[in-house]
Write a new protein. Sequence first.
Length: 434
Amino acid sequence: MRRIRAAVTGAVTLSLAFTATACGGGESGQATPKTLTYWATNQGSSLEVDKKVLQPELDQFEQETGIKVKLEVIPWSDLLNRILTATTSGQGPDVLNIGNTWSASLQSTGALLPFDAKNFEAIGGKDRFVDSALGSTGVTGKDPAAVPLYSMAYALYYNKQMFKDAGIAKPPTTWDEVTAAGKKLSKDGKWGIGVEGSNLSNNIHQVFVLAKQHGADFFTADGKADFTSDGAVAAVKQYIDLMATQKIVAPGNAEYAQNQSLSDFAKDKTGMVLWQTPSQTFASQGMAPEEWGVVPAPVPAGKPGQDKQTNSMVAGINMAVFKNTKNLDGALKFVKFMTSDEEQILLNKAYGSVPPVKGAQKDPAFSDPSLTVIRDTLAGSAAALPQVPEESQFETVVGTAVKELFADAAAGRPVTTESVRAKLEKAQQQMPKK
């Protein structure tokens, strides 16, 4: 999955949402059997790009079924707050996309339709989906709260011409090599690597992986928050130090939250970026495929793998149905349509992601070398974020702590182990007590 919601309102909204046991359907409550409302995630370079990708498919669905789908593409900065508000206010859609890391959190509200055997049968069967993608659809042992729609993982993208101009012979595969390359690239107004310092979910994705590489996690085995372990603190500091001490990230990146780092990369302002399947965005910015390369995201040493060699979280987008939709039959037909082999091939090609549907993965389009990196990462070196009810709160409080630390680094304030630990301790105090 990708990105975030506003931190200021997040804590209030979350506290309301997690006391809810069901949701209402304002828009869906007004729906007729021939109408659906659909909240889509911003997968492309802009909301308008997503509308251009999706609207023809919604028109096709209407031609096939007679059901009109009202589309709204929601920015990642607003999405989770919008969803959580819908679970308490009753003003929600019939069908929606969610970041796969939110599955357990939203499942705990009781707002989403469980995909039991009957509902899976209605969309073509559970065995059509890749097992790893199903692993991020809710709490283990419960019926999934959503079904996979797009699969993604992080990789390191690099600007070939900038590397050549800087005399860098090969792309980095370890963090030491990233730092060395970044220092060669960071001159004359250009920078080594881009980050999205105000993007809470992206912050979480990066520090979660770094924590794995430091032999730590942000939750204990029984699901309790554990933000202040030495490994977690070291992970956050390592990420902030890309700006604070290594100085290979532009200070302005502390304010980035809406894919500006991808724009900088495409415009030759930044030599590297860690991202999930950004090829469509690069193309929209005028960057040709031959101008960039991709390698697995870095590890401390050696090759990507499990445990301390983890180099990505399991990323992706799931599709969910609000439980109280007035058009359940239409909603399930729409989910079946969007997860059909034909639509999976078309949509994942458009977004540069990998289909979580087995039949669609066999299409030759997904044997492209850049997608092979993603598939290999998902298969062998990616770890799922904890599927715990408090996961979205974790994104808010720790993601905000990282954002504040980037702001300190950008302002020239010292970022020390002690200051990082203090921020994470404050974040842990904001989590619900078990």
